[in-house]
Design a protein. Structure first.
Length: 464
């Protein structure tokens, strides 16, 4: 059965067996996800989830990021998972067609006490490889059909990562993955609302719960992938998946090594990033000012345009998915900032007037392997035209890396919302030397001790 064979491979992932580039990327992904989770901990989406849980949350060992509060592990996974994706600033992966780290790390942090840095990295790598291997099997039909792979495939990844850290045997891991098949959910219709970050909170909690249930002896069908009424047939449909791709070339290379992680430079939907980078390039090259621009034309892949063609965003969350709005902000400011995605900012009449000059369309020349491609043309009030083509956003993979120091700068920008400076610098150092930590709970202790901003609990009494 496929899940049993997959569980065998997950069980065999070790820190010592990971290539150096996979370890280096893992440490970067862990630091980046800590940063965006700390920033997202103070977002209203996270506060809403926390308020809903206040009557059922139990005391426990698991830290709520951005606070010094500790609750039961499932509540922590749900709240921190939502926070990790609340700003849509968390990392992506080209194979997954979504966000690989947010479904994994909040669940791992909930059960991390006592785990060494090496064990933590290995569990993260195992979950990462699990979700991306499943993606090779079902994408991009799965994505284009309307499933949110971060949530659906991430549930399997979370179960795999947590099962690995909990030292489940292969039979137990197969059960955890089969349970994940019955808990995977998330549709793209909810993009642009609070429900999209909640997808990830649910994913992290469900994956952790699946691993905990398997450890306690729960049963499930190890054929839940390939069964006629299993995950592949129900979620993708006959003829729209390739089960053979699940196990072939496992770890050769690890997805953490190639293509690696796509680190987000802009705090908005990744499907808009190539267009934003093209705009920034045109703005700098031609010293463009918003008042000089009469028309902006953007051509992107149809699969990207499907959820980013939003000429009239209604909220800050909606604005994150509006290619019209983000292009306007990029031209106006030369940067996309978190402050641009408040409800007030999205209603700004100057930004909206400029966004109305953006005409977005699917590129008729876009091919299946050019899903990130963007062609951008600007026409000025004087009739001049400037055009730029870009194949990938900056930071999208190992072939298009962020500039040196950019990841640490992003981390500081995010983490400073919640932490004091000594804590931020300590976390950067700890993640850089993660393999040497005897207990990764040291990282959680630094976060709890370094909290400077009023926690969500202070605003909503979320955990009372």
């Amino acid at each position: 059965m496929l899940l049993r064979a997959l569980a065998d491979r997950i069980s065999q992932v070790t820190y010592e067996g990971l290539p150096d580039e996979a370890v280096a990327t893992a440490k970067q992904g862990i630091l980046d996800t800590i940063g965006v989770t700390l920033a997202g901990a103070h977002d209203e989406t996270t506060a809403t989830v926390a308020r809903a849980l206040r009557r059922t949350a139990g005391t426990g060992p698991a830290l709520i990021f951005g606070t010094d509060d500790r609750v039961d592990v499932l509540t922590a996974a749900l709240i921190n998972g939502t926070a990790a994706h609340a700003l849509d600033f968390d990392d992506c992966n080209n194979t997954l067609g979504g966000h690989p780290s947010a479904p994994l790390l909040p669940a791992l942090w909930a059960i991390a006490a006592g785990a060494s840095g090496r064990a933590f990295v290995a569990a993260y790598a195992a979950g990462f490889e699990c979700e991306t291997r499943l993606a090779r099997t079902v994408n991009f039909h799965h994505y284009d059909k309307g499933w949110h792979p971060t949530a659906t495939l991430g549930t399997f990844g979370s179960a795999a990562a947590c099962g690995h850290l909990l030292k489940l045997d292969a039979d137990q891991l197969a059960t955890a993955l089969a349970l994940a098949a019955s808990m995977a959910a998330g549709v793209k219709a909810n993009f642009g609302t609070m429900t999209k970050p909640f997808h990830v909170g649910q994913t992290t909690r469900n994956g952790l719960l699946a691993a905990l249930l398997a450890k306690e002896g729960m049963t499930a069908n190890a054929g839940a992938l390939e069964h006629p009424q299993g995950f592949f047939a129900v979620y993708n449909g006959a003829g729209n998946f390739d089960a053979d791709r699940l196990l072939e070339h496992w770890g050769d290379p690890y997805d953490l090594a190639d293509p690696g992680i796509a680190f987000k430079r802009h705090p908005c939907c990744g499907s808009t990033h190539t267009a934003v980078d093209a705009m920034l390039a045109l703005r700098e090259t031609h010293a463009l000012k918003a008042e000089r621009v009469a028309r902006i034309e953007s051509w992107t892949h149809p699969s990207r345009l499907a959820h980013t063609n939003r000429p009239d965003p209604k909220s800050g969350l909606d604005g994150k998915f509006s290619i019209q709005y983000v292009l306007a902000r990029a031209l106006m400011h030369g940067i996309i900032s978190m402050e641009h995605f408040s409800d007030t900012a999205v209603r700004d009449p100057v930004a909206r007037a400029l966004a109305a000059r953006v005409h977005a369309a699917a590129d008729p020349a876009a091919t299946a392997d050019a899903r990130f491609h963007c062609r951008l043309r600007i026409t000025t009030v004087d009739g001049e035209t400037f055009e730029h083509r870009q194949s990938h956003p900056v930071g999208r993979d190992n072939g298009h890396p962020l500039p040196a120091g950019a990841l640490e700068a992003k981390f500081r920008d995010c983490a400073q919302i919640a932490l004091d400076t000594p804590a931020m610098e300590a976390l950067i150092a700890q993640c850089a030397a993660l393999e040497s930590l005897p207990d990764v709970a040291q990282i959680l202790d630094v976060i709890a001790a370094g909290v400077k901003a009023p926690p969500i609990a202070a605003r909503s009494r979320a955990y009372a």
